[in-house]
Design a protein around this ligand. Sequence first.
Ligand code: 6PG
Length: 229
Amino acid sequence: MDVRIVEDPARVVADLLVDVACAGGHVALAGGSTPRRAYELVAEVDADLSAATLWLGDERVVPRDDERSNARMAREALCERVPEDRRPRLMEVETGLGAEAAAAAYESKLREELGNHPRLDLVLLGLGPDSHTASLFPGKPALAETRRLVAAVPEAGMEPQVPRVTMTFPLLNTAREVVFLVAGADKAEAVRRAFGDPPDDAAPAAHVRPGAGTLMLVLDHAAGKGLQP
Ligand code: 6PG
């Protein structure tokens, strides 16, 4: 586990995203509020990202132009700020289908694009104060998923209280590179639970450990306090 506690985690993550995107990689984006600035910094680099494919690690089952939509955030913070001919593809979740059907459709898209054993090149994840990641919330059935790559989450464990679609551990843990971007003092305890030694088994993020891939934590100093004795 490569731990980076830095002044500007968004910058570090933006550089990682640009590298993988310029190489034509398949990248899963984190939702929520923390990654927005990293996405804006990616757009500012003005690189040719047209060979890249952006997926969503999870999505809220709301219309694509709803302010709670992770796809909307990714479009506004990144895709729409890049000239069309240099823009990456963004694979949106068909939320209009409802959580179950949208999850199944997204999994089919992944298999169409990446074959029957999809491996993402980079997965960017956030962390909730309850140690959830993507939409894998403590105590919810999606945690136990061992077969499906994308699952429906009828009941979220946190605001926004709308159904979700989430990538599952079987998919996340086959990625070539997993990067957690975490900022703020309110996340320090979650960092300790998910990445401390030993990690807390009840923390969903403690179960994101890519077998044949790398794991990096990019934290600001406030969140990094969770790993200090
Ligand atoms: C979501 C996210 C979720 C997020 C954490 C942290 O759709 O809500 O994917 O897992 O990463 O909740 O969210 P913040 O960055 O807003 O604190």
